[in-house]
Design a protein around this ligand. Structure first.
Ligand code: SAM
Length: 255
């Protein structure tokens, strides 16, 4: 059944995230941290378009980039179903270019650490800088490992869309590969639709990045200046100085 595709399962399992609240937060960042009028936005590693479409609903010119062809097709179909004008490019976030620079870039749900090599991360920042106007903001939600234990708990939840239900189990291996500086994240999805069932297990290698390393990388690449760090999508949720974070929302500005 069409519904048992990976993008549909993923999109259902993670639909609990409020795209409205997150885009409200991004708009607040724009008001607070840039004078550039934002009309065009780049959603890096846009996935199934969970946030991409919310920007389109608010009238922004939105361009998504994702390297997974099935996911790109799914996001395009969702946009078509809502009669939204969304441009999705199937490309690697390490090496892509846009016809015109955007005013703002975003990157949600820890997609940066899918790049498991620090040189790729550096090249990624250069590619995004190229895709942005001067002074444009890049807002990223990244997972860091300062509080690695925080995520060794297994999480299980169920999300439903009419008669389609997905029970997801998320966990990550406790060990970091000392040679590669990576760890393994696992997600299992049990989906049911009436009498049909499917079971899908994803194993993803991710970059084990400390917050200070992230900051050093930005400094080393040189094309962005960090303006502010949050630990949530809330304008008062500034990351405390002495935090041991597991997640950071970084607001960077292109130099
Ligand atoms: C955790 S999902 C997040 C998707 C979306 N940002 C969201 O919040 O729903 C990560 C996405 O990154 C994409 N991805 C991973 N590596 C990529 C790369 N090198 N270039 C572009 N997209 C990539 C995957 O295909 C996947 O859709």
């Amino acid at each position: 059944m069409e519904i048992f595709t990976y993008p549909a399962i993923y999109d259902t399992a993670f639909q609990f995230r409020s795209a409205e609240d997150t885009v409200d937060f991004i708009e607040e960042c724009v008001r607070m941290y840039t004078h550039i009028p934002v009309r065009s936005i780049l959603d890096v590693a846009c996935g199934t378009g969970h946030y991409t479409l919310e920007f389109a609903r608010r009238g922004y010119r939105i361009q998504g980039v994702d390297m997974n062809d099935d996911i790109c097709q799914y996001a395009r179909q969702k946009a078509t179903d809502e009669s939204l004008d969304v441009d999705i490019l199937c490309a690697d976030m390490v090496d892509f270019s846009l016809p015109r620079p955007c005013d703002l870039a975003v990157n949600f749900f820890d997609s940066l650490t899918y790049l498991t090599d620090r040189r790729q991360v550096s090249r990624h920042f250069l590619a995004v800088a190229d895709a942005l106007v001067s002074g444009g903001l890049y807002v990223l939600e990244i997972g860091v490992i300062d509080d690695f234990e925080n995520h060794n708990l297994e999480e299980v939840w169920t999300e439903r869309r009419r008669d389609f239900a997905v029970t997801a189990t998320y966990f990550r291996d406790g060990a970091i590969d000392p040679e590669c500086g990576t760890f393994i994240e696992r997600c299992a999805f049990r989906s049911t639709c009436r009498e049909h069932h499917s079971y899908l297990v994803l194993k993803q290698k991710k970059l084990a990045l400390y917050f200070y390393e992230f900051a050093e990388l930005i400094d080393h690449v040189g094309c962005f200046t960090p303006l502010v760090y949050f630990d949530d999508f809330a304008s008062e949720a500034f990351l405390p100085e002495d935090a041991r974070p597991w997640r950071v929302v970084a607001v960077l500005q292109k130099n």
